[in-house]
Design a protein around this ligand. Structure first.
Ligand code: FAD
Ligand code: SF4
Length: 343
């Protein structure tokens, strides 16, 4: 498959990139590592006149704490730097686990960035196909048509967010910083996603994601990520789950569970997560059942649009959420024990 014609732009700094975005707006696409964008361009799923490369924007690459102790991940930070960063090995292991599961080492080491992963377009079995494959029948809603093959009579596109990093960042309560020529704004990660398959991000065409901010790390906090795939590499998630929990005085004090592959945004199970609060991690059965219930709740949001039967993915959602919560709790308790030893 060949790339269609486009004009390639290489801004030398952030201001020039923002100027191009303001000028070309909907007609431009941002190129980070290109591991998703170029595939979609070849499949004619993206029709763009200008491609704006971020390769010279060195200030978007790096992981630094800010003055409040929050961790700021530059959007153009390569995935391998996330995996290797000592700053992300404790409370944020859920994120490094997720990034390690993206594609395969060549994508993690040479191409993919955290910003590109966060902005990964939603996917669907009936849409992420070659132009030739799709030409055999009328266009679906995400492709500019009127029908949906995944769910009959659906009035909207039900494609799924299967970004591993986005699912983990949702459980970690990340904040997304966007910049345009008009200025900067930041959004809680749940507001960065619209929940609409046709246009999944609350990002204006002239905006660049510059930073992903994580709350200041705490020793009593643990996180985890689980993903179901047929193969151990290359495959996108059939369903995934991530959990972030804080354990204080032997009780769960904070919990945030997210599920991937269950809607156009990583699904934040806010109410289901709250049911874990006050429980003791020692009470393994009650915690496991509450977590599995949360996963069963997520199953209701799934449709039959990824490469496994809906029933299998729905059942596995409960399993993955339970495992993610249990692992996050074990990590939070290890963090607590380490904290006590160091005092
Ligand atoms: C074989 C294969 C397997 C894969 N497996 C997985 C997987 O298992 N899990 C997974 O999550 N992903 C997977 N991917 C998708 C992709 O490789 C990763 O998500 C990667 O992290 C994308 O990063 P990138 O820098 O290459 O993004 P790009 O392709 O450059 O960009 C992706 C999207 O983000 C937008 N974008 C990039 N940076 C910014 C920014 N700063 N501001 C605003 N918009 C921006 C681009 O315009 C584009 O729409 C796979 C891809 C391939 C080819
Ligand atoms: S969910 Fe429906 S509209 Fe959306 S990409 Fe799939 S088939 Fe198309």
């Amino acid at each position: 498959m060949r790339l269609p014609a486009f004009e390639y732009l290489e801004p030398r700094d952030r201001q020039e990139a923002l100027d191009y975005l303001a000028r070309y707006s909907e007609n431009a696409s941002i190129l980070a590592g290109g591991s998703d964008l170029l595939v979609r361009m070849k499949q004619r799923l993206v029709r763009t006149s200008y491609v704006i490369s971020l390769k010279h924007l060195k200030d978007l690459d790096g992981i630094r704490p800010d003055e409040d102790g929050r961790l700021c991940l530059g959007s153009n930070t390569p995935l391998v730097s996330i995996i290797r960063s000592p700053l992300l090995q404790g409370a944020y292991r859920g994120l490094t686990d997720a990034i390690r599961r993206i594609g395969a080492p060549p994508i993690q080491h040479y191409r993919g960035t955290i910003g590109g992963n966060l902005c990964l377009e939603t996917r669907c079995l009936y849409y992420n196909q070659s132009a030739f494959w799709r030409s055999g029948r009328p266009r679906c809603q995400k492709d500019g048509g009127e029908i949906c093959y995944a769910e009959e009579n659906s009035d909207r596109c039900r494609s799924a967010n299967v970004s591993d990093g986005a699912c983990a960042l949702m459980a970690l309560d990340a904040e997304i910083v966007l910049e345009s020529r008009e200025g900067e704004r930041s959004l809680p990660i749940e507001e960065f996603f619209t929940g609409k398959g046709e246009s999944p991000f609350a990002r204006s065409p002239d905006e660049l994601v510059t930073t992903i901010r994580l709350p200041a790390p705490e020793t009593a906090f643990g996180s985890s990520f689980r993903k179901l795939t047929y193969r151990s590499a290359i495959d996108f998630a059939l369903v995934s789950a991530s959990a972030g929990v804080k354990v204080e005085a032997g009780r769960i004090a904070r919990a945030r569970i997210a599920v991937g592959g269950a809607g156009a945004a990583p699904l934040l199970l806010r109410e289901a997560s709250e049911k874990l609060l006050g429980k003791s991690p020692e009470d393994g059965d009650a915690v496991a059942e509450t977590a599995a219930q949360a996963g069963r709740h997520a199953a209701a949001f799934m449709v039959d649009n990824l490469g496994a039967t809906l029933e299998y993915r729905q059942k596995m959602a409960a399993v993955l959420v339970r495992k993610a919560v249990q692992e996050a709790l074990a990590r939070a308790e290890n963090g607590n024990a380490r904290g006590r030893r160091e005092r």
